[in-house]
Design a protein around this ligand. Structure first.
Ligand SMILES: [Zn+2]
Length: 156
């Protein structure tokens, strides 16, 4: 198995102003992911967000909206739901709310401020774990299955 070389950045053009924006790192991972359910992205020249249909990849001329549609055309409705932000929020809350409640109950002998801080800490830790579960158990494997690549930055 040969790992495809992962590019560090890609350039897209905002059709309205004609100016290019380079995306790298985390934002490149998100923008390149057809399953990210992203609807708007940033134009560095305008300094604002616009619909992804208004942007085209500079190297291919294809709009980001068309690129998403093309690479996600094989996704089933359940695959789309399981990679959506709605489902991500659901997983986070399913873990974070009981964690917050658990910490609150465990600290029953402490003062109210400590109990509330504990609940807040439990929520943050739970949200983090929920996020990891969403990414590792759902978003990554489903995206790989639908798009055929481990890293969507290798898609063109
Ligand atoms: Zn612009």
């Amino acid at each position: 198995m040969t790992d495809q070389l992962v590019p560090e950045s890609r350039v897209y053009r905002h059709r309205q102003c004609g100016e290019e924006t380079t995306v790298g790192d985390q934002s490149f991972e998100t923008v390149s992911n057809p399953m990210s359910s992203m609807e708007r992205t940033y134009c560095s020249s305008c300094g604002a967000m616009f619909e992804i249909s208004e942007f085209e990849w500079s190297d291919t001329g294809e709009t980001i909206a068309d690129y998403y549609a093309r690479h996600s055309q094989n996704a089933t409705p359940s695959q789309r739901f399981l990679t959506s932000k709605k489902f991500m929020l659901l997983v986070i809350l399913i873990i974070a709310l009981p964690a917050a409640g658990g910490a609150f109950v465990l600290l029953a002998n402490s003062g109210m401020l400590v109990r509330l801080l504990g609940a807040f800490g439990g929520f943050i830790v739970g949200a983090f774990i929920g996020m990891m579960i969403f990414v590792e158990a759902f978003a990554k494997p489903i995206t790989k299955k639908v798009c055929g690549v481990t890293d969507t930055r290798t898609l063109t």
